[in-house]
Design a protein around this ligand. Structure first.
Ligand SMILES: O=C(O)c1cc(=O)cc(C(=O)O)o1
Length: 502
């Protein structure tokens, strides 16, 4: 807690309100940092719980969230910070396998601290000169890793918006007059294509941009979750025969649930034949571009795409949020989205206004999501990221081997292409049953119960979900740099400890 002389102070006693308030300001902030360091320590403590679960009504009783009429003391704010983190899920805990974005990279986090302190907007070079230049350097490096020279990129507030920017640029490329004249400039029904395993944000583009989801054609995938190219071509021809206008194909590099990779080269051939825009949603799989061992065959042909979404906040472990969208052709983003707001994007500035990015996006204000990635890349080097990707894949391969060593307790649903390990847990009572639909129903129905036990125990978090071809199953994601083989062993033992009697 704060020293006696400062513990009754309020926000008005520290900077900027009190010009003499630096000592109190410093002490308050250092106490906040102590609270954060305690959280970081327990996040990395395998004996600490990942979460202290309470249902929302109970949680409200445990918290004091009310908005006061008069301001509270700095001391109370410190208590508020501690209580907040006490009930926050530790997504950086080595036993947190729940999402595609896991882990707490501390250099990236330090970057986020600086970002918050710099508190600037990314729409103009004028107020973010260093960060704008960092975007140029990092995004160019990422385009080189895709296999392009030139082109253009931007950071977006998440993969869904990155995919939307690709859609908008594709439509603008084919129908530039749409920007001024709207649908009248198109004179026909636009149609887009994506696999039935794609991220829902792709389908959402059809709704948001007025195609209607009926005109987002879901292409069947094979038993490994990969888009079937011949089906894609069939469906394109079918729509053309109806007089529709196919214009956009999304291929997924790393699907959300099973981590499948669509066959890019074959899909690119079809797009070339039919003059369609090829977007690759590599939000999840993009990190593997950094790995010479795993890039091929998963990402072979990615350089043939017209646009690529790649989220460093997923496999690369940059802190949330860090999503990038890359275009092979330079100039498209700006011509598509430019509104030339004269109060921001004056063209008579003293510097080269091509460094102003605000007019490239449909947003105005844009958060600085680059520094935490740039600093992390400075810390790891490209070779450090490659080692990181290879390590995550190696740990997933280890988990598959361990699951195969205990076929009585675990049923591997399919061989993973990346770090998504999909399986059923087998409680004692089904271990002598044949793997029939009857058994599948039982082991699917226990997923939410076993997940509930994990969360009540607070010792483990592994995601489950149904997909389009099977009921609930567990999907384990190894995307945190904190995970070791021992943590995989813990996961398999803990699920059995919690679930054997289900
Ligand atoms: O960034 C993430 O952690 C993330 C994004 C998704 O769209 C889906 C998931 C997921 O299914 O875990 O995670």
């Amino acid at each position: 807690s704060l020293s006696r002389e400062h513990c009754n102070l309020k926000y008005s006693d520290i900077l900027p309100h009190n010009a003499e308030g630096y000592p109190a300001t410093r002490e308050f902030l250092m106490k906040v940092v102590d609270i954060l360091l305690d959280f970081i320590k327990s996040t990395n403590d395998r004996n600490a719980k990942i979460l202290d679960f309470h249902h929302p009504s109970e949680m409200m009783r445990l918290l004091d969230l009310e908005i006061p009429d008069t301001g509270l003391t700095l001391q109370q704010l410190l208590i508020d910070c501690s209580t907040t983190l006490k009930y926050q899920v530790k997504t950086g805990h080595p036993h947190f396998f729940n999402q595609l974005s896991c882990g707490l990279d501390l250099v990236s986090m330090a970057g986020e601290w600086l970002t918050a302190t710099a508190n600037t907007n990314m729409f103009t070079y004028e107020i973010a000169p260093v960060f704008i230049l960092m975007e140029h350097v990092v995004l160019q490096k990422m385009r080189e890793l895709i296999g392009w020279s030139g082109g253009d990129s931007i950071l977006a507030p998440g993969g869904s918006i990155s995919n939307l920017y690709a859609f908008l640029a594709a439509r603008h490329k084919m129908f530039p007059a749409y920007k001024e004249r709207g649908l009248a400039a198109i004179g026909g029904q636009l149609v887009m294509f994506t696999s039935d395993q794609c991220h829902y944000s792709v389908k959402s583009c059809a709704a948001v941009c007025g195609l209607g989801t009926d005109n987002c054609v879901m292409v069947p995938s094979d038993e490994r979750g990969r888009m079937i190219p011949s089906k894609l071509e069939e469906l394109i021809l079918e729509r053309k025969a109806k007089g529709h206008i196919p214009f956009f194909v999304n291929a997924t590099a790393g699907t959300t649930v099973i981590g499948a990779f669509d066959p890019i080269s074959e899909i690119a051939d079809i797009c070339q034949r039919h003059q369609l825009w090829l977007h690759i949603d590599a939000a999840w799989g993009g990190g593997l571009l950094l790995s010479r061992k795993y890039r091929h065959p998963r990402m072979t042909g990615i350089e043939r795409a017209d646009s690529v979404t790649w989220n460093p906040h997923k496999l690369m472990g940059a802190l949330l949020q860090c999503s990038t969208i890359h275009f092979k052709e330079d100039g498209l983003l700006i011509s598509c989205n430019q509104m030339s707001a004269e109060y921001l994007f004056m063209t008579d500035k003293l510097y080269d206004v091509k460094y102003d990015t605000g007019d490239k996006v449909i947003q105005c204000g844009r958060h600085n999501d680059i520094f935490k990635l740039w600093l992390q890349w400075r810390a790891k080097g490209t070779e450090g990221f490659e080692k990181h990707m290879d390590r995550l894949m190696e740990l997933s391969e280890y988990m598959v081997r361990r699951i195969k060593q205990m076929p009585d307790k675990y049923y591997l649903i399919l061989e993973p292409e990346m770090v998504n390990v999909c399986f059923w847990y087998l409680p004692t009572r089904v271990r002598n049953m044949p793997h029939t639909q009857e058994r599948i129903k039982i082991i699917a129905d226990i997923c939410p119960i076993l997940k509930g036990r994990m969360m009540q125990a607070g010792t483990l978090m592994v995601g489950y979900q149904p997909d389009d071809r099977r009921p609930n199953f567990f999907r384990n994601i190894i995307s945190s740099a904190a995970v070791t083989e021992a943590d995989v062993d813990f996961l398999l033992a803990e699920m059995d400890r919690l679930g054997h009697d289900l």
